[in-house]
Design a protein around this ligand. Structure first.
Ligand SMILES: [Zn+2]
Length: 127
């Protein structure tokens, strides 16, 4: 997840925003993915979405995806999506100052956020 990491040291104590792996709880630097789940549902149903999770590429993101399949089952029409952290951050930064309401070229759909059980209560397991 994107989190604030408390820092103490020089030049001063501060909180540092960072991407933290939801499997091993270490900082993701460089190679990593953000992972989220969506459920389109039946016609007329409002779309649902999970919060955004993050993991190192490889064993950590595979373990996280398995954990997410338990939280957001494919039998209930959920699918996992992912994007590289670097690409996600570029798009995120662009959208911080760009209003979806003022975009004449398309429609942005409202969603309902479905929270999972916390991966931090029981970390995804690397197999
Ligand atoms: Zn990790």
């Amino acid at each position: 997840m994107i989190e604030y990491v408390p820092y103490s040291g020089e030049p001063e104590a501060m909180n540092c925003p960072a991407v933290i792996c939801d499997t091993c709880r270490k900082q993701v630097v460089g190679q990593g993915n953000v992972i989220w789940c969506i459920r389109a549902g039946e016609k007329g149903e409002q779309r649902q979405i999970s919060p955004i999770f993050a993991a190192h590429k490889g064993r950590c993101d595979r373990a996280l995806e398995l954990w997410l399949r338990g939280q957001y089952p494919i039998d209930d029409h959920w699918i996992n999506l992912w994007e590289e952290v670097e690409v996600f951050m570029k798009q995120f930064n662009n959208n911080v100052s760009r209003s979806f309401d003022e975009d004449p070229q398309g429609e942005y759909h409202q969603t309902i956020v479905k929270m999972p059980g916390s991966p931090h209560d029981e970390l995804p397991q690397i197999s």
